[in-house]
Design a protein around this ligand. Structure first.
Ligand code: ATP
Length: 345
């Protein structure tokens, strides 16, 4: 970690749309007047293809010297010889708490996903006739993720523990430990089976406030939540450990739209805002989030949201809203002005 002065941020733009959305996030940070010492690293599938290595030990050392990581997305090919970069980083830096806020004009809830164990324990045996993955739940892992969720719930209204303890005996430990932590912390708490939670997320999402769950359940419910909000492209996340943190949009590298200039950059921009909050600049974080909301309200929308803006248009609209912070009339991307005039004019 760096000491005084500018914070050092490792920038891992990655593959597919990763570099496109990370550049948008950096542009917005600059417009917000943030000064960071950026350390750009070439990590991911592109480098693996070129050199046979996606992430080197020297990169990990460099990353450990930085305050945090701003991450785009990395393609994980279905090749047994390829080790997932994100899983390696989460494990090497012990980034145990994956915090995923979901916000829209009428929804506001957070999924807190345990990030280091569960079915992503890495303990796997692959055979011709039978394969096994060990689902690991520990008291320590459950306790620390419950504490992280309670930190958030303490400023909100309710903690919901999501589990499958009626079938998975390992989830008893998770459920009981989370309940104990919530009780000790005085946090209002309920619990729900994961299948019921999946249903309620679609039918009654306002029910939820802070949800805490195990690794795979959190992974799946997050994508469902993104669909409920409107698009994967809108959603940000923080991966937090004791001394390191990584900030990334929750979407992947989206190879189907890479290079087309139409990726939604909002998830990456919101991830940069979460990063600024973690770095101690809550004012910059708040300004960026407010600019995102204003830009969306003016109709700055990429095709995943039914709009016709390009990545650069949406980025420009957020930058414009930051610049015109005091003004009543934030700039509207030209294309969508025409569209709105057609709709409402
Ligand atoms: P990966 O293998 O890297 O996980 P993927 O395509 O399997 O890539 P995602 O990248 O999460 O998974 O994409 C899922 C779908 O959502 C794709 O159709 C993609 O185009 C769309 N999508 C994801 N992110 C965005 C974004 N930022 N803007 C617009 N569409 C997106």
């Amino acid at each position: 970690m760096s000491g005084q002065g500018s914070k050092r941020v490792a920038v891992v733009a990655g593959d597919g749309i990763g570099p496109e959305v990370v550049e948008s996030a950096l542009e917005v940070l600059t417009a917000a007047g943030v000064h960071l010492d950026l350390v750009r690293l070439e990590v991911g599938l592109g480098r693996w293809k070129r050199t046979g290595e996606a992430l080197g030990d020297e990169d990990l050392d460099t990353i450990k010297q930085c305050d945090c990581i701003l991450f785009g997305a990395i393609t994980t090919p279905p090749d047994p010889g390829y080790r997932s970069v994100l899983l390696r980083l989460r494990r090497a830096l012990d980034l145990y708490a994956n915090i995923r806020p979901f916000q829209s004009s009428d929804l506001d809830f957070i999924i807190v996903r345990e990030n280091t164990e569960g079915l992503y324990s890495g303990r796997e045996e692959v055979g011709e006739e039978e394969s096994r993955t060990t689902r690991v739940i520990t008291r320590r892992g459950s306790e620390r993720i419950a504490e992280a969720a309670c930190d958030l719930a303490a400023k909100r209204r309710l903690l919901t523990i999501i589990h499958k303890s009626n079938v998975l005996k390992s989830d008893w430990l998770f459920l009981q430990t989370c309940r104990e932590v919530a009780e000790r912390r005085g946090i209002p708490c309920e619990d729900m089976l994961v299948d019921a939670a999946a249903y309620n997320l679609v039918t009654n999402p306002r029910k939820f406030d802070v949800m805490v769950t195990t690794n795979l359940f959190g992974d799946i419910l997050s994508d469902e939540a993104a669909g409920v909000i409107g698009s994967l492209g809108l959603c940000a996340s923080a991966n937090i450990g004791e001394s390191h943190a990584l900030f990334e949009p929750i979407h992947g590298s989206a190879p189907d739209i890479a290079g087309k200039g139409i990726a939604n950059p909002i998830g990456a921009i919101r991830s940069a805002a979460m990063m600024m909050e973690w770095l101690g600049d809550a004012r910059a974080a708040g300004r960026i989030e407010a600019a995102v909301r204003r830009a969306l309200a003016t109709g700055a929308r990429t095709p995943d949201l039914g709009g016709s803006c390009r990545t650069a248009d949406v980025t420009g609209a957020v930058v414009g809203c930051l610049m015109a912070e005091q003004s009543e009339e934030p700039p509207v991307p030209e294309k969508d002005v025409q569209k709105r005039e057609m709709q409402f004019g």
